[in-house]
Design a protein around this ligand. Structure first.
Ligand SMILES: C[S@@+](CC[C@H](N)C(=O)[O-])C[C@H]1O[C@@H](n2cnc3c(N)ncnc32)[C@H](O)[C@@H]1O
Length: 253
């Protein structure tokens, strides 16, 4: 890890823990969140091995309507753009402090780090040991990882210039508490971006979404559900892209 990165992240935490397997473990021996089927899959030791190369591109690109929807690289470009970060080839990059919530093996965290300058700081947070161990092993040292709960983020209030939460809101036991938590740690004027599920506006969708949620724990969000949750919390400057089964939403705090 680049010198000083870990110390800088410790200073952002409400009660900084010690380093464990390359990440700061705020949860300690606490059990990982609600054991729905979807959460159990995320906590498996096998998934982190295939997540970035197989599971993520196949599953997400199909849900985004590939080849019409954005592939992973286009998604990363859009995330950096909507968060006000630079693109990898840019000469000037902001010294932004960025949080990637539910970072998994760090695939999106590394893409965000490519848009931040030397004096910036990018932190990935996840609850699953296996995902974080993989993220720490693949890290080039310019990002730091924290094990914590997205629904009650362990960071100080008004800490981050940008917060990203991709592929996870639909897994949380209380997604709106997670949004409250993200809003709390964002600085005034900071940007939030969320990539989550979308329930297509079809007559059978509501029923099949409920069934999916009961069976697997995965929640499908209506077209106006996430945007409304953000405006209700005072977010402005909303952007949304809708794909067949996913949606990308960004806003300013
Ligand atoms: C599908 S992965 C998303 C990884 C990455 N953000 C991406 O877009 O590819 C979902 C991640 O959410 C994490 N997760 C689920 N519930 C969580 C919670 N309450 N707190 C923190 N992480 C959580 C899982 O451990 C898993 O790594």
């Amino acid at each position: 890890m680049r010198p000083g990165v870990q110390e800088r992240v410790r200073a952002l935490l409400e009660s900084p823990p010690d380093l464990h397997d390359g990440y700061l473990d705020v949860l300690g021996p606490t059990a990982e969140p609600t054991p729905t089927i979807a959460q159990r899959v995320m906590q498996s030791t096998f998934l982190p091995q295939i997540y970035e190369r197989v599971w993520r591109p196949v599953g997400f690109n199909l849900a985004k309507g590939w080849p019409v929807g954005p592939d992973t690289a286009a998604e990363h470009t859009l995330a950096r753009d909507w968060l006000g970060l630079a693109q990898p080839g840019d000469v000037r990059k902001p010294a932004a402090t960025v949080l990637d919530v539910a970072c998994g093996p760090g695939n999106v965290t590394r893409a965000l780090a490519a848009g931040v300058g030397e004096n910036g700081l990018v932190v990935g947070l996840d609850a699953a040991h296996g995902m974080l161990a993989r993220a720490a092993a693949d890290s080039t040292g310019d990002v730091a990882y924290v094990r914590g709960n997205a629904v009650a983020l362990p960071f100080r209030t008004d800490t981050f210039d940008a917060v990203c939460c991709f592929g996870a809101l639909y897994l949380f036991d209380d997604p709106w508490a997670a949004v409250d938590s993200m809003a709390r740690v964002l600085k005034p004027g900071g940007r939030l971006i969320i990539l989550t599920t979308r329930r297509p506006p079809l007559p059978v969708s509501r029923l099949s979404s409920e069934l999916l949620r009961t069976l697997s724990g995965v929640r499908m969000f209506g077209d106006r559900e996430v945007t409304r949750a953000l405006t209700d919390r005072g977010f402005t400057d909303l952007k949304q892209r809708r794909y067949p089964l996913m949606q990308l939403v960004a806003a300013s705090h």
